[in-house]
Design a protein around this ligand. Sequence first.
Ligand code: NDP
Length: 460
Amino acid sequence: MPEYDYDLFVIGAGSGGVRSGRLAAQLGKRVAVAEESKPGGTCVVRGCVPKKFMVYGADYGAAIAEAKGYGWTVKDASFDWPTLRDAIQDEVNRLSGIYSNILEKNAVTLYRERAEFVDKHTVRLSETGREVTAETILIAVGGRPWMPEIPGAEHAIMSDDAFLLGELPEKALIIGGGYIACEFAGIYAGMGVQVTQAYRGGGLLNGFDADVREAVLEVQRNNGIDVRFSVSPKEIKKTSGGYIVTFDDGSKIGTDLVFMATGRKPYTAALGLENAGVKTDDKGAIIVDKYSKSNINNIYAVGDVTNRVNLTPVAIREGACFVETVYKDNKTAFDHTEIASAVFTRPPVGTVGVTEVEAREKYGDDFIVYSTSFRPMKNVLAGKPQKCMMKLLTHGKKETVIGIHIVGDDSAEIIQALGICVKAGLTKADFDRTCAVHPTLAEEIVTLKPKELNKTTVVS
Ligand code: NDP
């Protein structure tokens, strides 16, 4: 048995890497982690956490406007972006420090530099050039934003840059119809920016339930966002006052900021994977089995770099399963089904389980759709037209609940509890015999009536 410097070397101190490293160290393993940026990864440094603060920031603006209907007069309200930006960065730095402390407290060595494979048991550290060996190597390097290489693409920002803007633009053009595009369009609109969201398809949030997609379009429009469909950017030109973006249909949009929210890719380039013989798929994602093991016996990968379900809590669970499997002699695979998640539009989307289209593919006609759409009480006095949409799908004679989709205030909070119900296999009868909490928005979920039976709505 060869002697290695460490039992485990983790590349990447994000959510998945830090959890795996800490748990392995707590079992007495000799662990090191390499991180080229700030510990905390995408979620803490340039993703979920700063984004959620920006959503809160945008919501305060809306709350001030709506407070009038509740009798409040707020004079001289104004928004100062640098104040919010800097406060968020302070908090990000504090949280990143906590991640470093977690590693330090558990006697994990943190190398603040890039690591690349030399062979399947060896990595080279970029700053010092030092080579370090480990019995097991875990790749947890996450993903990076990606944009199409069109002429003038260098003028566009991506999500990493959005947290650090020197000043807020008057007008912003956001390209894309996915999570990040929808969330940032809502954030900027809430901060007073004139936002256009341009998407190449025919409905926002591709892959989500059709009713969610329709409701989110209404959300964006109610927030004053000019949503344009069936357009792909072809060229970005810098002008004296901003940028002009030309689309494939010949249309042009003039703007102060172009934000490409056109997806993310696994961050596997230049990791030296070929030196270790680790296989990736055509998107650059590391191919792993259900225990997160790559094609090389001692090399594992968790989180976005494997492009399974790209969410922070999933990376954390995959990391915990990796430790169970490798260090506790307890083969554990994370179940990637029925994962509740949220999209932080304003109001947000909360979703768990199958969409109506997936239900039809899986169960034919053997499913029932329940749904409702109503104007939440709070919006009445606030003078807001925004409605809340709720939808629940059941399968079989027992009517097991197989999917829930909500677009409305607090849906990101509500869906966490409903995720437990779906994971536990509860039935519509269980929901029906649960007494409502009144007056709330969430109570509607226990009084739902069938939508027109099994009529699938399709959004292209
Ligand atoms: P998404 O995959 O959600 O969206 C990418 C968007 O870009 C899609 O609308 C896509 O269109 C469009 N697009 C792709 N290529 C092009 C192109 N060449 N020209 C024009 N448009 C293009 O990616 P995001 O970057 O928004 O988010 C990445 C992932 O990060 C998410 O899938 C999610 O897993 C995670 N995430 C989760 C969040 C949360 O939990 N709240 C928040 C943010 C991110 P099309 O649909 O036609 O392919």
